[in-house]
Design a protein around this ligand. Structure first.
Ligand code: SF4
Length: 373
């Protein structure tokens, strides 16, 4: 096999943790380097998860460092870059934190080596995830029906490639009943038959065969997968959703990251005490600005020391969210956030109230794939 590096980033979230276990069990032939990028401000639950994964995977998870801590006055990645950025807090529109502490250390570590990066976007999600702009890094999505990234699919399915695809379907499956598949292949992409429709039609016809033809195509390119002699993922037609992810974590003994677990809270509504459920919906820094109000309340009540630490960053009018944390922690505000949360999650008939897994799913659309997958 050619010298290709295989890497998998563990963010501290459930999906990347489950993918690491999945790859080590289902594709032991692939020598994956597991890595994490520590911001220095993660929750203790995230560090616990990484320690458990270390023993289950049977190999150390490498730390891709963003700073030389010994030579940094702050000794902590987030505080170091905060100082470098003139004390400006990151935000959804100025997200220097992800660039400096996740993407840059990853790309620096990889350098120019041809590398395949495995990403834990699930089969029940509709998002692409981070794709490196560096040509030597190719992303693969093992949990999805379509394991290939958008850039590969665009080149592969381009109308100028139709003859190649026909030729290789015929070559790779001479005994297969190809008539329907070839009809799809021969139909050019147009507003009446979009790239997505063509992709779905070919995947629905035969995933493994589609993957084999894409693999043959990649051999004509500089993509890292094309440099491999063999790639076991092309034989994979599993699609994994959120229930499968929780199952993998449970079965492995790693368990669900503790911050996802539902915790009961009480709230007074119209003189009555109600019991609601909250949890944190994502990994990442404890003060992440992508958090919902109820997650700030979770932090205040479950990790009051970290909430106070988050307050200390709010200076000179700069705050993590529009509402300063000193205001948000007032008992009447906490009660009103819980009330709004309780009413929203119990708005439907009681028997169809939103579950904590539903809440995690809802919150996933927001945020950053590098920190939360
Ligand atoms: S978790 Fe949030 S604050 Fe931390 S690096 Fe990611 S986006 Fe930035």
């Amino acid at each position: 096999m050619s010298e290709i590096k295989h890497v998998l980033g563990i963010s501290g979230g459930k999906d990347s943790a489950a993918l690491a276990i999945y790859m080590s069990r289902k594709h032991p032939d692939i020598n994956v380097e597991y890595y994490t990028c520590d911001t220095g401000k993660e929750l203790k639950e995230t560090y616990d998860l990484i320690n458990k994964l270390n023993s289950v995977l049977g190999k150390d998870i490498k730390l891709y460092k963003s700073i030389d801590e010994l030579n940094s006055p702050e000794k902590n990645p987030f505080d170091h870059f905060m100082a470098v950025n003139g004390g400006y807090l990151p935000s959804a529109t100025a997200r220097w934190c992800t660039t400096k502490m996740k993407l840059q250390p990853f790309e620096d570590e990889i350098g120019d080596e041809p590398t395949i990066s495995y990403v834990g976007i699930r089969g029940d999600e509709n998002r692409e995830g981070y794709i490196s702009k560096k040509e030597n890094i190719q992303s693969i999505f093992p949990f999805r029906k379509n394991i290939w990234s958008e850039d590969v699919i665009k080149k592969f399915l381009s109308n100028s490639n139709i003859n190649f695809i026909i030729e290789h379907y015929e070559l790779l499956a001479p005994d297969h009943h190809l008539e329907t598949i070839l009809n799809y292949v021969k139909t050019p992409i147009s507003p009446r038959f979009t790239q997505r429709q063509k992709l779905n039609a070919l995947l629905d016809s035969d995933v493994k065969l589609f993957n084999k033809v894409v693999f043959a195509f990649l051999k004509t390119t500089d993509y890292p997968v094309g440099k491999l002699d063999h790639f076991s993922l092309i034989e994979n037609d599993e699609i994994l959703g959120i229930d499968d992810i929780f199952q993998i974590l449970d079965d492995s003994g790693v368990g669900i990251p503790a911050y996802y677990l539902p915790i009961e809270y009480t709230v007074e509504i119209d003189g009555e005490i109600k019991k609601g459920i909250y949890s944190r919906s994502r990994s990442g820094c404890f003060f992440c600005f992508f958090q919902q109000k109820i997650e700030w309340v979770w932090l205040l009540e479950q990790h009051p020391d970290l909430y106070d630490e988050a307050i200390k960053y709010e200076k000179d009018g700069f705050t993590w969210t529009i509402e300063p944390l000193m205001e948000l922690k007032k008992p009447e505000r906490v009660n009103s956030i819980k009330k709004e949360h309780y009413l929203r999650t119990n708005r439907a008939k009681p028997q169809t109230a939103t579950s904590w897994q539903d809440e995690i799913l809802e919150a996933e659309g927001e945020g950053c794939a590098s920190c939360f997958i």
